[in-house]
Design a protein around this ligand. Structure first.
Ligand SMILES: Cc1cc2nc3c(=O)[nH]c(=O)nc-3n(C[C@H](O)[C@H](O)[C@H](O)COP(=O)(O)OP(=O)(O)OC[C@H]3O[C@@H](n4cnc5c(N)ncnc54)[C@H](O)[C@@H]3O)c2cc1C
Length: 574
């Protein structure tokens, strides 16, 4: 079987299939090559406001209404109830201690809730990846992508900026000639191996083992500790994080009752269960439930819907993300940790960036130029480092809840400022804005400094430091994020319970470079009360992409801001 195409994409997770579809909509001849078949199980399920903002932008720019509908829980339920998902109102954290039930101390409990949406209808979601990825593959095929599943690629040759991929399908040999190849095949990616790209893992700090499955009959924390003070949203309808001495556990509840859960254990934490603790994941899982009684009560009666999986080191990192004729999607290039749910947002941002890169070339060489690929490579490198520093700092901060809650403020300040400025600012190039404060002169350096300060406090041994050291760190974080703190974070009067607060946003209008009146005018759009966008018309296959009619830029700007003239400069962001 011999095939040729303009763009070959290896791997049909959401990132590969969405990018394939967007390029097909632009008129490219695209092949999507998948080793397995859909629907298939995958982890990495919790979305964030920035992820959903990317989905909305892709929807409007390329005429993909389903992407807009899947960007909030309310629209999803109205338009695609058959695609399973869970309601995610925010980020919930509890600190547990070995041998002790979770301590209910009212507003002084070791509990942090940060709302990501003001109400259920506008909220983020947990994706049941089997359903969501399958949906995106079907949509790619409908857009004209040639999809080959059960395809085992064995080798690749890259010469003169074009690629030849070799493999097997249906018992026969397969050869694909492609003008450009994109690796969306995740960790240990196909192309990365073929190109022999060296690992860059040694430049990173985060290390954790993973144990995971899906479970039925997981109890709710609110049922287990019913006297906890009311938070800004129901605690369990969130990405729930149980922080423990050895690492942390995620727990993501889907609307149909199943929960995706997993423990991330530091090397020291794993070793505390014995030298061969990972060999029997089910035993290690039970040992953790016994060590932490409240988690034990939540999961003690739960049934794993598949065997508990174990990965000794979940992190990976490469030293190059793009070159002549090829590019890696973020998950093929690097993965840090599920903490702070950066994966989907980063992956979707890369879909936007590569889609823009191909847009610019649609009339010429029909592949991104060297400078754009170098920009992509540099962006992923800086962002991979930044995610690692923020997450590695949070692992250090597990030593004491006050440190953790403060370090989390750095993440929330970065993403809330980015979300508000992007919703207000828009613009064609916004997808190139740095992720997690990269390129922002205020926030970019804070991640490393914070990590180093935390290391000095803990001595990299998990020591909690003195009360004075912790207090100094908490105060320093508050000062460091202040110029970007549009969400009222790091406020002791909140007792770690943060709603979406539009009054605070109004008060801090100057941080966004806007007058109070100008922000007030844009507030309905920010509150999700703006007009429904109009979507660009999908184009027929094979049509050049850069005609101005194709992109309804007015509707893109109008989606959140009302009209073109509502654009504002975004302070401090690259
Ligand atoms: C424990 C854990 C929890 C996570 N939680 C979150 C979270 O809550 N929120 C979040 O945003 N992110 C999370 N992530 C990250 C998230 O999983 C990834 O960002 C996401 O899966 C990336 O999607 P993708 O489409 O790029 O790749 P993948 O989902 O990895 O898909 C790759 C596809 O390529 C196929 N493939 C692989 N090799 C080949 C080959 N040789 N040839 C052809 N096809 C191939 C695979 O079958 C698969 O279909 C988590 C990750 C982990 C490990």
């Amino acid at each position: 079987m011999k095939r040729s195409c303009e763009v070959a994409i290896v791997g049909s997770g959401f990132a590969g299939s969405l990018l394939a579809r967007v390029l097909a909509v632009q008129g490219y001849d695209v092949m999507l090559l998948e080793r397995g078949t859909h629907p298939r199980f995958a982890i990495g399920e919790s979305t964030t406001p920035l992820a959903n903002l990317s989905l909305e932008r892709l929807a409007v720019r390329y005429g993909l209404p389903d992407c807009y509908q899947l960007a909030t829980h309310g629209r999803w339920m109205t338009h695609h109830p058959e695609v399973q998902r869970g309601l995610k109102r925010g980020f919930t954290y509890y600190r547990h201690h070995p041998g002790e039930r979770f301590a209910e101390r009212g507003l002084d409990s070791e509990r942090l809730l940060v709302a990501a949406s003001p109400e259920d209808a506008l909220s983020d979601t947990h994706w049941v990846r089997a359903d969501v990825d399958h949906h995106f593959v079907r949509q790619a095929v409908a857009a004209g992508v040639e999809y080959l599943d059960r395809t085992e690629l064995t080798s690749a040759e890259l010469e003169g900026g074009s690629a030849r991929l070799y493999g097997r399908r249906d018992g026969g040999a397969l050869e694909v000639e492609a003008g450009f190849v994109i690796d969306a095949s995740g960790p240990g990616g196909f192309l990365a191996r073929q190109l022999g790209i060296p690992s860059g893992l040694e430049r990173t700090h985060t290390r954790a083992a993973l144990m995971y499955s899906h479970f039925d009959d997981v109890r709710l924390m609110r049922d287990e500790v019913p006297t906890l003070p009311e938070g800004p949203y129901p605690d369990d309808w969130a990405a729930v994080h149980h922080l423990i001495d050895e690492g942390w556990m995620y727990s993501l509840r889907f609307d149909h009752g199943t929960t995706s859960a997993g423990f991330l254990l530091t090397p020291r934490g794993l070793a505390s269960f014995g030298a061969h603790a990972g060999a029997e994941p089910a035993l290690l899982w039970r040992a953790l439930l016994e060590r932490y009684p409240t988690i034990g009560r939540l999961f003690g009666g739960a049934r794993a819907t598949m065997p508990i999986g174990f990965v000794p080191t979940v992190q990976h990192r490469l030293t190059r993300a793009a070159g002549a004729g090829w590019a890696l999607m973020p998950h093929a290039y690097a993965f840090v940790d599920p903490l702070f749910s950066t994966g989907i947002a980063w992956g979707l941002r890369a879909v936007e960036r590569l889609a823009l890169a191909f847009e610019d070339t649609a009339r010429g060489s029909r592949k991104p130029d060297e400078a754009t690929l170098a920009r992509y490579d540099a962006a992923l490198s800086a962002e991979g480092d930044q995610i690692d520093l923020v997450v590695a700092g949070a692992y250090e901060a597990l030593a004491h809840f006050d440190l953790f809650a403060a370090q989390a403020m750095l993440y929330f300040a970065s993403v809330s400022f980015a979300e508000v400025s992007q919703r207000l600012g828009g613009g064609d190039d916004v997808a190139w804005n740095g992720f997690l404060g990269v390129g922002d002169p205020v926030l970019a350096p804070v991640a490393r400094e914070s990590f180093e300060r935390l290391r000095r406090i803990t001595g990299a041994t998990g020591a909690p430091g003195t009360a004075a050291e912790r207090m100094a760190f908490v105060e320093w974080i508050g000062r460091a994020i202040a110029p970007r703190n549009v969400a009222g974070l790091a406020d002791p009067a909140r007792h770690h319970l943060y709603p979406v607060d539009f009054d605070v946003l109004m008060e801090r209008h100057a941080l966004l470079g806007l007058s109070r009146a100008a922000l007030l005018e844009r507030l309905p759009a920010l509150r999700g009360l703006g007009p429904e966008p109009t979507f660009a018309e999908p184009r027929a296959r094979g049509v050049g992409a850069s005609d101005s009619a194709r992109l309804d830029r007015k509707s893109l700007a109008g989606m959140r801001t009302g009209d073109e003239s509502a654009r504002m400069p975004t302070p401090g962001l690259s």
